[in-house]
Design a protein around this ligand. Structure first.
Ligand code: URP
Ligand code: ZN
Ligand code: ZN
Ligand code: ZN
Length: 483
């Protein structure tokens, strides 16, 4: 059975043109005028774009004494409802656990996915077992390794571990990823705030100022530089971190920054709402910032110094958030956003003129596909690519609200925001998951996407060359006058 998307305007990261799209066997079979198929989807007045890729989600993740509330079923249903056709989740070994064990756990959860998915592997501790497992993980198609510089006493790795892991990443031709916040400083500031009676959710923001993120981003970039590993910085939220990324890129380093839709559109005033629940529901790391930082992130998207807009979807119910009443450090960190990322970015980015439609496609889909080694299978409207597509209706509107969302949680951080631009159809490998705005997902349809290492080390760097070249022994360590 073939499907044809008729009468739409195709928008890719670099082209905009009128053509039909023919789909056979889950892939794009032809692009051109006047195509016919068994099923015809009317795209008149719509933009036909690569389905979104969200390379940063945490579905059913054990974290801070609980599990994130959206699993691979509800999470990917939310994704498809909003035009996202692939997620990359984080497999998270507990301390001492082998990476392949953790991978097995994540494979068991993801069988319920409605759309395709992949994983990044987290390196949460260091040892010979991790070193060995990393090669096996790459053999299984997982070519990106995440490191936390925050969450001291839990997920955080120290600089010696970071340097060892980054070198291993370089040797495997994989990509290093980092959550860049200085966990030691956060722990000190948090303890002081609690001592002083600052126990509410607003103290979460006080405990993680932009400098904490800027310092860790600079440090990670320099350590990646010495190791020769390409580096992807997740949830870049502020100018301090963005500035480090810009500088690294200008110096020829393979470093990418990923702002979240939450940081682009919500600011720190959310934490000063009189309602404890309102503020706690928005507790995430890094916290929301002020307008100047938001402007910096938008500028990064249009100039190309920031590459991908993600969600870090890690949703907790109000009941889960309330485990932090009386102590902000116990509020589970994380917010949702999978269903809203593309409509929010379209509304606040494309409709306002901050970014073009082609830039929208680049930062919601194509750049992630390229950086993480799955282009043009994903992230493209091209013959042979998977038919992961969104038929985007720029006239369709709604007001975002928990009452109508797919996510399993009982609120939405974008509650009340009016968005213009929504999917008319979303297709996952040719299967229609959203039909004329109605969600028709199929549990278990999603498949694991294995990725290839691209071997893109930071060889351009003089420091890397110095560190890896044979080092001359200049003298034998004995003073000339003898001992
Ligand atoms: O607060 C956040 N971001 N929670 C999810 C875990 C992480 O740090 O990405
Ligand atoms: Zn191109
Ligand atoms: Zn993080
Ligand atoms: Zn995350």
């Amino acid at each position: 059975m073939s499907t044809v998307i008729k009468g739409g305007t195709i928008v890719t990261h670099d082209l905009t043109y009128v053509a039909d799209v023919l789909i056979e066997g889950g892939r794009i079979a032809a692009i051109g005028p006047g195509l016919r198929g068994d099923v015809e989807l009317d795209a008149t007045g719509c933009f036909v774009m690569p389905g979104g890729i969200d390379p940063h989600t945490h579905l059913e993740m054990p974290f801070m004494g609980t599990y994130s509330a959206d699993n691979f079923e509800s999470g990917t249903r939310a994704a498809l409802a909003g035009g996202t056709t692939m997620v990359v989740d984080f497999a998270l070994p507990s301390p001492g656990q082998g990476l392949l064990d953790a991978l097995e756990m994540w494979h068991n959860k993801s069988g319920r996915a409605n759309c395709d998915y992949s994983y990044h592997m987290a390196v949460t501790w260091w040892g010979e077992k991790v070193f060995d497992d990393m090669a096996a993980v790459v053999d299984r198609g997982i070519t990106s390794f995440k490191h936390f510089l925050a969450y001291k006493g839990a997920l955080m790795v120290n600089d010696d571990e970071l340097f060892s892991s980054f070198q291993r990443v370089r040797d495997l031709g994989a990509i290093a990823m980092v959550h860049a916040e200085n966990g030691d400083v956060v722990a000190e500031l948090s303890a002081r705030l609690l001592r002083e009676g600052n126990v509410g959710p607003e103290a979460h923001a006080y405990s993680r100022p932009p400098q904490v993120e800027g310092e860790a981003t600079n440090r990670a970039i320099m350590i990646a530089d010495m190791a020769g590993a390409p580096l992807y910085v997740v949830h870049t939220s502020c100018e301090d971190s963005h500035e480090a990324i810009r500088r690294a890129r200008a110096a020829g380093k393979r470093v990418w920054g990923e702002p979240l839709i939450q940081h682009l559109t919500l600011d720190e005033s959310e934490y000063f709402n009189a309602d404890w629940d309102h503020a706690a529901r928005r507790v995430m790391s890094p916290p929301f910032r002020n307008k100047q930082h938001q402007d910096s992130l938008w500028a990064g998207l249009s100039s190309g110094s920031l590459s991908v807009v993600a969600t870090d979807h890690c949703a907790f119910t109000t009941a889960q958030k309330r485990s932090g009443v009386g102590d902000f450090t116990k509020i589970p960190n994380g917010t949702g956003g999978l269903e809203d990322r593309m409509p929010m970015l379209w509304t606040y980015g494309v409709v306002t003129g901050r970014i073009t439609m082609n830039e929208f496609v680049a930062v919601t889909s194509t750049n992630a596909a390229k950086i993480f080694g799955m282009y043009p299978k994903k992230g493209a409207v091209a013959v042979g690519s998977d038919a992961d597509l969104v038929v985007w209706d720029p006239m369709r509107e709604k007001v975002i609200g928990a009452a109508t969302q797919q996510s399993a949680i009982d609120y939405n951080v974008f509650e009340g925001k009016r968005v213009t631009g929504l999917p008319r159809f979303t297709l996952t490998r040719g299967q229609v998951a959203v039909f004329d705005g109605e969600v028709r997902t199929q549990e278990g349809h999603g498949e694991f996407v294995a990725r290839e290492p691209n071997g893109a080390v930071n060889r351009a760097l003089s420091t890397f060359k110095e560190l890896t070249a044979p080092r001359p022994v200049v003298r034998a360590g004995i003073p000339a006058s003898g001992v």
